[in-house]
Design a protein around this ligand. Sequence first.
Ligand code: SF4
Length: 66
Amino acid sequence: MEKVVVNQDLCISCGMCVMRNEKYFEFNDDAKSEGKNISIEEDDKKELLDIVVSCPTEAITIVEEK
Ligand code: SF4
């Protein structure tokens, strides 16, 4: 499955990804964004790719996981 992953060292907690998409992103106890452990649906991919390139610190990646 493909899912979103946020590099915790890079995230500056700006909130953009969580505000734009709470289906795939949530804040953790460190107030950093975290990708939820769910498989990306095809219909959501375009929007997620846009969020990936919009992150100011390039902290978000989409990874393939078995
Ligand atoms: S957009 Fe980037 S820096 Fe901002 S909260 Fe999301 S992962 Fe963190």
